[in-house]
Design a binder for this molecule. Structure first.
Ligand code: KIV
Ligand code: ZN
Length: 434
């Protein structure tokens, strides 16, 4: 069964198509502790949330959505712990999510009382499907929910101790007619009246991904060009990954004019997850753009992530998986070994080694354990590289070739990967009579 569930804007601008890559880090907002957490088989405990929050701070996130405090006791308690134990660094803003419903907004403000700075993020669903099937309300009624919610946020922020910024999400934005989404967002902005000193955030969620990335980019561009108060509005993206295009949506959405990304580490989140900020940040890094997030100790980040979420970082997860720098095949190993020598001699400051998108040591990985790995697919180049770099043996070409055949045969026969010590033993056996 199928149905198109997205909308192309009335005017296709497609200025994004002229740009080549994202040349500036967006504002990053981690939603690990909210969207990521709500999708876990066993949501994080208070202690795990605190540990994960500290990890996010260490990586360099300046905006962190810490939960939906009106929705669960743990989320409420976690937020109070962060505030009362002064765990929020001065340069970090926490964000809390609330539906646009009076009692939930009121409870959210109670929970966030005393926070040094907080973004209050209010949402309601605007798509055709949600309006017709779930809420059974007209466009006018749905717009009123958004405007009333926005007005209550403004009122409670004035009455509550603290420093608040506002965010609005037309949930299921991509399934909403663009002109109507624009009308709702502009009505919310009319209530908030953003200024240069108090900018508001309009977040455009791909709540469920139904379209190709250029469609989303066109929707984002349409909003960026037509939102009121644009210079005082931060346009934020929140892609989920149902079609596997979360990263593409984000990158093209940034080219289309957006300023901010909400996502998670390794793409945890509802269903196929939220956009993976590790991949987005490292994609920038690989283009020479500073992502303003520190992924230099990826093994540690993976360890804490796995411990807190109970999820696994996939072996082929970009920049982080156990196998993403590994080369087993002979021709790849040969090219990598030659590329490394070339780089050492000719261009130590740049990275242009074949088959490796970045220098693995930049994310805390190492050549010996992670790159040249030997099995029955491997050849003389890889074996020679291991013997040279691990054991100081620079073999002449004939010996390399003989070692290549010997290793292939043993690995094939035993049906297993061979580790450097086993290769060295094989070297001794192969040439013991010479
Ligand atoms: O995916 C979504 O639409 C959300 C909203 C609540 C922002 O998570
Ligand atoms: Zn979401």
């Amino acid at each position: 069964k199928y149905q198109r569930q997205y909308f192309m804007p009335p005017v296709k601008c497609m200025k994004w198509a002229e740009k080549e890559y994202v040349d500036k880090a967006p504002v990053w907002c981690s939603v690990d502790l909210r969207d990521g957490n709500q999708a876990l088989v066993i949501p994080m405990s208070l202690e795990q949330k605190i540990e994960f929050f500290k990890l996010l701070v260490k990586i360099g996130f300046k905006e962190i959505e810490v939960g939906f405090p009106a929705a669960s006791e743990t989320e409420y308690e976690f937020l109070r712990t962060l505030i009362e134990q002064n765990l929020i660094p001065q340069d970090v803003t926490i964000q809390v999510l609330t539906q646009a419903r009076e009692h939930i907004i009121r409870k959210t403000f109670e929970a966030v009382k005393g926070a040094p700075k907080a973004i209050v993020h209010v949402y309601n669903s605007t798509s055709v499907a949600q309006r017709e099937q779930v809420f059974k309300k007209s466009k006018e009624e749905i717009l009123k929910i958004a405007v009333d919610g926005a007005a209550l946020l403004k009122k409670l922020a004035d009455e509550t101790e603290g420093n608040f910024q506002f965010e609005y999400s037309p949930e299921s934005f991509t399934g909403t007619e663009p002109e109507y989404a624009l009308e709702v967002c502009n009505a919310v902005l009319d209530v908030w009246q953003p200024t240069a000193d108090n900018k508001c955030i309009i977040n455009l969620p791909v709540t469920v991904q139904h379209s190709m990335p250029h469609v989303y980019a066109s929707q984002v561009e349409y909003m960026c060009e037509n939102l009121k108060y644009r210079e005082n509005v931060i346009v934020s993206l929140h892609p989920h990954n149902d079609r596997g295009c979360g990263v593409a949506d984000s990158e093209m959405g940034l080219l289309a004019g957006a300023d901010r990304i909400e996502g998670t580490l390794f793409g945890n989140g509802e269903r196929t997850g939220n956009v993976d900020i590790v991949t987005l940040g490292m994609n920038m890094y690989s283009q020479g753009v500073d992502p303003k997030l520190d992924f230099s100790d990826m093994p540690h980040i993976c360890e804490i992530y796995e411990e807190c979420t109970g999820m696994k970082v996939g072996e082929r997860s970009p920049y982080s998986g156990a196998l993403v720098f590994a080369a087993f095949s002979g021709s790849h190993q040969d090219a990598i070994a030659k590329g490394m020598h070339w780089r050492d001699d000719k261009d130590p400051d740049h990275w242009n080694v074949p088959y490796l998108p970045i220098d693995p040591t930049d994310v805390g990985r190492n050549y010996d354990a992670d790159v040249i790995r030997i099995n029955s697919q491997s050849g003389k180049g890889g074996v020679g590289y291991i013997l040279e770099t691990k054991f100081g043996l620079n073999l002449p070409p004939k010996m390399r070739e003989a070692m290549g055949y010997a290793t292939k045969a043993v690995s094939d026969h035993k049906h297993k990967e061979l580790h450097p010590d086993e290769i060295f033993n094989l070297f001794k056996q192969t040439f013991e009579n010479i």
